[in-house]
Design a protein around this ligand. Structure first.
Ligand SMILES: Nc1ncnc2c1ncn2[C@@H]1O[C@H](COP(=O)(O)OP(=O)(O)OP(=O)(O)O)[C@@H](O)[C@H]1O
Ligand SMILES: [Mg+2]
Length: 295
């Protein structure tokens, strides 16, 4: 015999104090597994093989156990919130960090299967093979001609003036600048517009026939027209060079790169085909970033 006197009360009829407030869904703390990068961080035809890379500034570990391949003739974009280590990691690829006293690089970093950090390596030769374009155009206070001729001269790439002329013209053509400057090659480079200066710096970088061009936010100081020109140039250059570009513009990464690498607090969280990163990222942190939840 059921002696319980049960009354069924609908939620709406319950007195207020009996309503248990539904806990608001808080996102669980996302755990980043150190050294675990989701997606496709490795490539068959690797130009760079980077394994267990760590970078320290004094005691601070800015890069945390990153392993990545960069393929020959690939354009790879590095994205992620400010301070996550994109520039630090980029600078490891041609030992630009060497000039920072407190900076130490650990792990295995190879270019064409040779150790980038081999103490016997000629760093000037390395930087001729792995050129760099910076965020702020930094032409030398010299003529347009001399800016582009600088590298070929110090590396002895031209024996005759006519050879040097040819290198300068070809580099300026590839950088999409020749028609704008061919009648004023003797004019000083610092008198050019910002976008022209940036393309001049690209011409200067490619004048020594590098195999790789590293670009750290190359368009951040440019207007949309100059940006479009640099992006066209990246597409053309990718036929013969390997290009690594750091960018804060996700549209730019989507337009120019084959793969995209997402960095977060010194970790490499995800590397995937660019289209996949922006349409169906595998890692929730990548998704949060590309949907604008942080960064
Ligand atoms: N020269 C330096 N000395 C000490 N710490 C540094 C130095 N350069 C960078 N760091 C530190 O290393 C970490 C990564 O910096 P990095 O400049 O690589 O980030 P980033 O992703 O390029 O950021 P941003 O998008 O703002 O350019 C940051 O915590 C930064 O403070
Ligand atoms: Mg940076």
């Amino acid at each position: 015999m059921n002696t319980l006197n049960t009354t069924v009360t609908s939620e709406a009829e319950m007195p207020e104090e009996n309503v248990v407030p539904v806990q608001e869904d808080k996102p669980a703390e996302t755990v980043i597994e150190e050294g675990k990068t989701v997606g496709r961080p490795f490539a068959d035809d690797a130009k760079f093989k980077l394994r267990n890379v760590e970078v320290f500034y004094g005691q601070d570990r800015a890069i945390k156990n990153i392993s990545l391949d960069i393929a020959r003739n690939e354009v790879i974009a590095f994205i992620g919130p400010s301070g996550c280590g994109k520039s630090t990691f980029l600078r490891c690829l041609n030992r630009m960090n060497d000039s920072i006293d407190i900076c130490r690089v650990k792990g295995s970093l190879q270019l064409d299967d040779h150790d980038i950090y081999d103490p016997k390596r000629d760093v000037v030769e390395l930087r001729a093979r792995v050129g760099m374009v910076f965020q702020k155009p930094n032409p030398f206070p010299k003529s347009i001609y001399d800016n582009v001729a600088y590298g070929p001269r110090i590396h002895g790439l031209a024996n005759r003036k006519s050879d040097l002329d040819e290198i300068v013209e070809n580099s300026l053509r590839k950088a999409g600048l020749w028609d704008e400057v061919k009648d004023r090659l003797d004019a000083t480079a610092t008198g050019m517009s910002g976008g022209q200066q940036q393309r001049l710096c690209i011409a200067r970088a490619i004048a020594v026939s590098p195999e790789v061009v590293l670009m750290d936010e190359p368009c951040s100081a440019l207007d949309p027209i100059a940006t479009a020109k640099v992006e066209e140039l990246i597409a053309e250059l990718s036929e013969s060079y390997t290009i690594v570009i750091v960018t804060h513009s996700m549209q730019q990464a989507a337009r120019v790169s084959h793969r995209t690498a997402y960095f977060h607090l010194g970790h490499l969280v995800e590397v995937n085909e660019t289209n996949k990163v922006f349409t169906s990222p595998e890692h929730e942190l990548t998704e949060s970033y590309i949907t604008g939840r942080f960064g």
